[in-house]
Design a protein. Structure first.
Length: 521
């Protein structure tokens, strides 16, 4: 069955649904991965003549938990008047990944479409929220930055998970007059058979741990995005297990969302949005309300949340290069106090962001007066020390050591810097380095009781480690001695071959070799 949308009268793209092969999930229901078979016009499966073909086949093992084998088949010919070009046959790989489908204008000419089987009339799938990447025969990996033919962007956005369909693409929606030598000739009409397995939104986390996933419903205007400290106006709806728990229109400063019962991950997502954008954001517990939940909103601990967001407008905060030295010092003081509040409340990730801003504003500023330079150095030192403490709380020990090193570059005898670096070294079992830091703390500040306790713990662990190593080496030498004594016992008992035995074995081997040579001759 071939259905068309009335506003797209031209036949640049046609889709023929073959039904759902694996379930009938909702339109763009949760994560999908497509398999595609491609039959350009002229193939046996869609009418026309077949022809000789060459085959290249590739397979892909995904980085994710599931393995996906994606196969494409192409047969095509030159469209338009004149004789047809030789048919061809290709197999390659296609794969869907991150968000970024283009919107499909309602007035797009030459587009024909269909509604998947079972989809209710009038239901419109999102026009963006996913991009599709194509892999060549080498199949080295996925490149979400690459684009595919226009037909894929338009047609696959209308599919639902488990659906299989044919997509017929006229040249202007495929490779056009240039073709894609040597596989696809100019002005080739292609037919793809595509099965949509699953799709995924865009991971907005720096760690790429899937904690903040965004799917774009409607793209925004321009390229500007809110920065830290920007004033934003948003409309939001929050869902827990498909139950609405929050629905508001807010105007607030990025970084102050906690005061409005907004999760940390939601603010990070807003900073990646454009003006006018509509998106769906999925938050893991660590980026939502964490282990404590939010009793006020009836959210239990370790809850995964979904938000629908509309960024209506925003006013960006001044960037570092837009502020003079006085403004930087003033803002750094305000941000430091905000970070301290977050730290006391146990919001270490939010506190990290505040202290990092201070460092970025002040670290390379060279226009300070002598008095301003002293204030700036004190703020930088405090920020690096506080960053180290946040990293320790988050068990990011390497980052904590780096922050302590930065602080000690500003003040080599700083008590907190030495102590916190010692704690980080101790946490990663670098006992000698930890002991050196604690000893230096006590040398400079003999009354530091915490350093005395940590030094005692460090020395105790060093003794345990030495005892384990001593036992290990003792067992090793004991085994070597046993093997040596066993070898001597075997030699004395006559188990070893004598010289006479070795001579007789050598004569036997020589006779066998001579017999083999005579046989071959």
């Amino acid at each position: 069955m071939l259905l068309s949308l009335p506003q797209w009268p031209a036949r640049g793209i046609q889709m023929r649904s073959l039904g759902a092969r694996c379930g009938s999930g909702p339109w763009f229901s949760e994560p999908a991965r497509p398999r595609s078979r491609v039959f350009p016009e002229g193939s046996d499966s869609c009418g026309g003549a077949g022809g000789p073909s060459s085959v290249v086949e590739s397979h892909l093992r995904n980085k994710g938990p599931r393995e996906s084998k994606t196969t494409t088949r192409n047969r095509g010919s030159v469209g338009g008047a004149g004789p047809k070009a030789p048919t061809y046959h290709r197999r390659g790989l296609t794969r869907s990944l991150f968000p970024a489908l283009r919107e499909v204008p309602a007035s797009s000419p030459g587009v024909r479409n269909r509604r998947p089987p079972g989809a209710p009339a009038g239901q419109t799938p999102p026009s963006s929220g996913l991009s599709f990447s194509e892999l060549g025969a080498e199949s080295k990996g996925l490149d979400p930055g690459r684009e595919v033919i226009k037909a894929w962007d338009i047609a696959i956005a209308t599919m639902k998970v488990g659906e299989v369909c044919h997509i017929t693409c006229k040249p202007e929606y495929a490779y056009g007059s240039a073709g894609s030598p040597p596989k696809i000739p100019p002005n080739a009409t292609l037919v793809f058979e595509v099965e949509l397995f699953e799709f995924k939104g865009e991971d907005l986390t720096e760690e790429e741990d899937g904690g903040i996933i965004r799917r774009i419903r409607t793209r925004g205007e321009g390229y500007a995005k809110p920065n830290e400290g920007a004033i934003v106006e948003v409309a939001l709806e929050g869902y827990y297990k498909d139950q609405l728990f929050d629905q508001r229109e807010l105007r607030f400063e990025i970084g102050e969302g906690e005061n409005l019962d907004l999760p940390y991950g939601l603010e990070r997502a807003i900073q990646r949005m454009e003006k006018g954008e509509h998106s769906i954001v999925y938050l893991k517990p660590s980026y939502a309300f964490g282990k404590v939940g939010k009793e006020k909103l009836q959210i239990p601990p370790n809850a995964e949340l979904k938000y629908e967001l509309h960024l209506k407008s925003f006013e960006k905060a001044k960037e570092s290069w837009e502020m003079n030295s006085e403004e930087k010092l003033e803002q750094s003081t305000i941000v430091k106090e905000r970070g301290t509040v977050y730290f006391k409340e146990g919001k270490y990730k939010q506190a990290l962001l505040q202290y990092k801003k201070i460092v970025s504003w002040l670290e390379y500023e060279s226009s300070f007066s002598s008095e301003e330079a002293q204030k700036a150095q004190a703020l930088r030192l405090a920020s690096h020390l506080n960053l180290a403490m946040c990293h320790l709380k988050l068990q990011a020990f390497s980052a904590a050591i780096g922050s302590c090193n930065k602080a000690l570059e500003l003040d080599s005898n700083n008590e907190k810097g030495l102590f916190r670096r010692g704690e980080a070294h101790l946490a990663v079992n670098d006992f000698d380095l930890a002991r050196a830091d604690f000893q230096k703390v006590l040398q400079l500040y003999p009354n530091n009781k915490a350093a005395k306790a940590q030094l005692a713990m460090c020395q105790q662990r060093i003794r345990r480690q030495l005892a384990r190593e001593k036992k290990l080496y003792a067992n090793m030498f004991e085994r070597l001695a046993e093997e040596e004594s066993k070898a001597k016992a075997e030699a004395s008992s006559g188990d070893r071959p004598t010289d006479t035995d070795m001579k007789e074995e050598q004569k036997s081997n020589m006779a066998g070799s001579q017999s083999q040579v005579e046989t071959e001759a």
